[in-house]
Each structure stands twice: as C-alpha cells, then as structure tokens.
Design a protein around this ligand. Structure first.
Ligand code: ADP
Ligand code: ZN
Length: 602
C-alpha cells in the first residue's frame, strides 16, 4: 500500500478511534477504496467492516453515503461516530422532515463526512443527490440483500443496480457478513462493479463457544438461560425464538423465574419495540426474547451469549445471529436448542413461501438440520459450509468437549417403528413419543392407541430422550415425515430393514448430564485479581455515566476498552490515550472521569 497514505490512515485510526493497529483486511480495503477502486468485502459480524468505509471517508474531501437497511443500525452508528468526533448524520423515515433538510444541507456544505440512509430513500433521490451532493464514496451495507441467492433478499436492493451507470466515477464498496461465493459474485454482477477489490475475511469466531441441544424440555432450557445470566451478571444476551408467541412465552417464563427479560417481535407496536430495544441497550434488562427481527445492526459489544430456543431456517442466519455475541473478541457463548417441532414448523414456512425459492430453502434447511445433528466438530462444519478449510477440531464446541457416545440403537428403533406401524402410520412425533412412554392422553385413549402392544414399551426412557432418538431416526432416514399430511411418520425402506433385524443402526446416546456438568465447570468466578475488581468498578462508573448523559453504555467504551483500561491503569490523560478505543474526543470527554475512578481505586 501507498506508504504515505498508510501513515495518514494509521494516524486517523489512532486519533478518532483510539486503535493502534488494523484488523486483517482493513488496511488493504481502505487503500483500495481510497485509490478509487470498487470493493466487495465479506467479513463476519464483528470483523470490523465499518472502518473500511469510514476511514476512506475521513481520508478524502467529500462525503460517503452509507446505505443501510435498518434504522436502529443507522442511529447507533451515527451516535458512535459523533462520540468519536466524526461528523455524521442519518436520513430515514423516522426523522422529522426539518431535520432531514438540515442534514442534507450540512452534507452539501461538506460538514458531514458520513451520511446514512435507507435504500428506499437513496433510490428515490439518487439522481438529485448525484448532482447536488459532493459524493466521494458509496458504501452498501448488508449487500447480500441484493441477491436472490442470499437468505435475506430485499427487492428494493435490486434498484441499486443503477448506481454505477449514474455515477461511474464514484467508488462503491459493498459489505456483507454472508460468506458464500455465489452471493458475492451476484453482488458484483448486479451492482456492475468494475474489477472490484475482493476481500474475504476468515469467518472463524473462535471466541464463541458453540453448544447444541436436542430438545431438552422447557425446564432445562430456562435453567440453561439462567446459568448464562448468572455467569455474566453485568452483560446481556438474546434468546431467539421461531415465532411471536414463542418469544412471548419465553419472556413470561424467564420473568417468572426472576430474570429481567424483555420481548421483541415485529407484531408489537413500534413504541413497545423501541422501549424493549432501549432497555436492552441501556442494560436495564439482561435478556431480550426475540424473533429474528431483533439485533441486526445492534453493535452492542457486551452481548455475551445468544440462545436459539428454536432451530433457525438456515446456517447463514444461525451464524449471523450467534455472531452478535462477543463482538469485542472476549469469550462468548452460543447455545442452540432444537426439536422435531422446529423442523416441522420450518418446513411449513417453506411450503407456504414463494415457489421459486422453495428448492433452495429446502436445501438450506437440510444443511441446518445436518449441523444440528452432527457429531463432528461444529465449528469445522460451519466453516466448511462457508468454504473455509479448518484442519483442526476447535476444542470450543460441545462435540469437541465431549463427543456423544454411540450405541447399537436397533432395539430403540424397533420399538418406535413397530409403534408407528401399529397406529397405521397415523401419528406425528410427539404422539409417538407419548404412546411409547405410555402417557395418559385423552386422544391416545380415544383412538385406541393405549391398547396396541407397544403402548408404554419405552416407559424406561424420558420424554427428552425419546425426542432425541425420534429426531435422529428422522435425520438418519429411518422415518419419513409427511409434511404435507399432518406431519405423520412412516418407516422408510431402510427403517423397515432395521425393524426386521436385517440391518443395524448406531445412535448417539442422549447425554442427560450435559447441563449439570457444564454448569459446574462454568461457575461464576469471584473477582480474584485486583484487575477484575477494578474492571467491575469501571463498569459501574460507565453505567452511572451512561444513565446521566442518556447514552448506551457500550458507546461510551466497549468492554474490551474497559478491560484494557483495567490492565493498563493509566494515571494521566497521556497514558489514557494508550487505552484501546480511547480516541482524542473520548479521552477529553470521559478520560478525567475514569482516571479519577482508577486513582481512587488505589
Ligand atoms: P462489523 O460491521 O463487521 O460487524 P464493526 O465495524 O461494528 O463490525 O466492528 C466491530 C467492533 O470491532 C467495533 O466495536 C469496532 O469498534 C471494533 N474494531 C473495528 N476495527 C478495529 C481495530 N482495528 N482495532 C480494534 N477494534 C476494532
Ligand atoms: Zn469443535
């Protein structure tokens, strides 16, 4: 890279952001864009994409337009930029018209470096802005939304394809956390980028531990969430649910068990949604139970854990959602629960969706299910999905920590399949489980299933165990689910061979002790060192200041910054500037406050 520009870029990085070095790819991308080249950037959530267009904007004279699909994201980014002393503004439908006019006027005068806007607004005003504003760079965030291949296609994004025709000389940088090449090529083509600089960062997020549970039942789910809340008392987490009602139920259950939880889904009134988001950002609640609508673009660096209460529809969504935890690089946890019911519900969504996308969505769901059921290192599997090779097991997923024991499951399968046949293949997974367990269910009796020979034949195993095994039977291709016919089960030819004793099948043993053992190992450590005690103190100072100035705590300083501060223990403002994340403006504004706290701490 051009050495003079490199030196200037580093100086800006230190001055405005308080960082001393670039993350992988950032310097190269900034250099390419600043020299006028188009770029396509694939980096995982938390990889540091924002700097890739913010620094070129600071280097140049003109204005950078940032197209972003989410209002919450825009406002968050603008607040963060302003806190670092970088002039920025956002234009979107929630802003009063007068403010918008003013922001545009400032942009025209060169008094704004970054102008955030929605794709709708940009498309509507593109030709006017091209003539009127001193645009030097266009950044398209969440660029996968332009692609039919992506998992989050938004039609309005396709209208961005006219940019290069209208403004051929202005570089365009497209950024996404979606990793597959098909999507990347599609982005390039649709935007008609010219010989773009391509960067694909590693999607590995080794700091996030991964854990997957075949349906452990409601009590266990709550207990696991409670463990996480207790383990990270100062931080927060997200519980993703498949539907609005599930999110509401989960919120209620968590509150009943004494956890401060908020609910967030698209069906709530806008005011209530904003309130939930605000409570989460300010740390007034430690958990948000949400549908996928939540969290996109929330750059809250102290999200320590993400729980999927249901299986997501595809691996892209899953990876993006768990990526919201541990953005600061400190240890974080991802826990997923899944059940046969999830697979059935997701299948139904697909069947009800646009027929053109059914094939690809079915394929994506199959890959997700395979991930859930896998008995190999989860991270290797994820990275191989994103075409990234990893030659070692990660050591930080449930499979690596304790591979499930395999056993000859033929007898278990025979019990289940013979029960299925005796009901004339007329029951779904949950009724099958209850028949095997000999449950007293009204509908079982009324249909006479309490009189078949296999009624109660599996009473020695818990409901959770049966859920686990029936789900495996489906995944292994022993049982077929008639998704179009009440989700009834029927044995496949392979299943019938096992039933007749002609073939053997191995199952992964249900590990009942998993949560208990994990919780023993993960007990909250008491602050052992003075550094940790100081960190706790600094967090309290941050919380109080955040409440006073009404700003989200993580926008004052991230956890990573506070940790660095506790380690370095600066005594002077000059030393304070050495703390990661302490740029010029934040040092002047917050430095004295934290220095005082450190001095008082001794
Ligand atoms: P993305 O948009 O890719 O999800 P962000 O741009 O929000 O990621 O960056 C994630 C976090 O990492 C932010 O808190 C950001 O300030 C921090 N960060 C980015 N670049 C650096 C760097 N070079 N050094 C230290 N921290 C960085
Ligand atoms: Zn692993």
């Amino acid at each position: 890279m051009n050495p003079e520009r490199h030196a200037r870029t580093l100086a800006l990085l230190r001055r405005f952001y308080g960082y001393s070095s670039f993350r992988p790819g950032q310097a190269e991308i900034i250099d390419a864009v600043a020299s006028g080249r188009d770029a396509v950037v694939l980096m995982p959530t938390g990889g540091g994409k924002s700097l890739c267009y913010q620094l070129p904007a600071l280097l140049g004279e003109g204005l950078c337009i940032v197209i972003s699909p989410l209002i919450a994201l825009m406002d968050d980014q603008v607040t963060a930029l302003l806190a670092n002393g970088i002039p920025a503004a956002a234009i979107h439908s929630n802003r009063p018209e007068a403010e918008t006019r003013e922001a545009l006027e400032h942009a025209r005068m060169g008094r704004v470096k970054l102008l955030y806007t929605s794709p709708e607004r940009f498309v509507a005003d593109m030709d006017k802005w091209a003539r009127w504003l001193p645009i030097h760079l266009i950044a398209i965030d969440e660029a996968h939304c332009i692609s039919q291949w992506g998992h989050d296609f938004r039609p309005v994004y396709t209208e961005l394809s006219g940019i290069k025709r209208m403004m051929p000389d202005i570089p365009v940088i497209a950024l996404t956390a979606t990793a597959d090449r098909l999507t990347r090529d599609d982005i390039e083509q649709q935007l008609a980028l010219r010989d773009p600089f391509r960067w694909t960062g590693s999607f590995d997020r080794p700091n996030i531990s991964i854990e997957v549970w075949p349906d452990p039942g409601k009590a266990r789910r709550i207990a696991r969430v409670r463990e996480l809340v207790e383990k990270y008392p100062d931080d927060s987490g997200i519980v993703y649910c498949l539907s609005r009602s599930k999110a509401e139920n989960m919120t209620r259950a968590l509150r009943l068990s004494g956890i401060k939880a908020a609910c967030y889904h698209a069906g709530m009134p806008a005011g209530a949604r904003e309130e939930a988001q605000r409570a989460f950002i300010n740390g007034d609640v430690s958990v948000v139970c949400a549908t996928v609508a939540f969290g996109m673009g929330i750059d809250k660096s102290n999200i320590r854990w993400v729980v999927h209460n249901n299986m997501p529809a595809n691996i892209e969504s899953y990876y993006q959602e768990i990526g919201r935890a541990g953005r600061d690089g400190l240890p974080a946890e991802a826990v997923m629960f899944h059940s046969v019911g999830d697979a059935i519900a997701l299948r139904r969504f697909i069947d009800e969706s646009d027929s053109a996308r059914r094939g690809i969505n079915t394929e994506k769901l199959a890959r997700m299910q395979a991930f859930a059921d896998a008995a190999v290192c989860r991270r290797r599997m994820l990275l191989s999905y994103f075409n990234e090779e990893k030659t070692h097991d990660c050591g930080n997923c449930d499979v690596c920590r304790s591979a499930p024991e395999r056993f000859d499951g033929s007898t278990v399968v025979q019990k289940a399949l013979s029960a299925v046949l005796r009901t004339d293949c007329s029951v779904g997974a949950y009724m099958l489980r209850d028949i095997l367990r000999g449950a007293q269910r009204h509908d079982i009796r009324s249909r006479g299933f309490d009189r078949i020979r296999t009624f109660g034949a599996g009473a020695d195993m818990s409901a959770a165990e049966w859920n686990h095994y029936i789900s495996q039977m489906i995944q292994l291709g022993l049982l077929d689910v008639a998704y179009d016919d009440g989700n009834r089960l029927r044995p496949t030819p392979f299943g019938l061979r096992v039933l007749r004793g002609e073939e053997q099948v191995m199952l992964a043993r249900y590990d009942d002790r998993k949560p208990a053992r994990d919780s023993r190992r993960k007990e909250t450590p008491a602050p052992t060192s003075t550094t940790e005690a100081l960190l706790t103190r600094l967090k309290a100072v941050r919380r109080a200041e955040a409440a006073r100035i009404k700003m989200p705590p993580y926008l004052i300083f991230s956890d990573a910054s506070l940790k660095d501060m506790a380690l370095k223990r600066p005594r002077t403002l000059e030393e304070f500037r050495e703390v990661s994340g302490a740029g010029e403006v934040k040092t002047a504004r917050f430095g004295p406050l934290f220095l005082r706290a450190i001095a008082e701490f001794g």
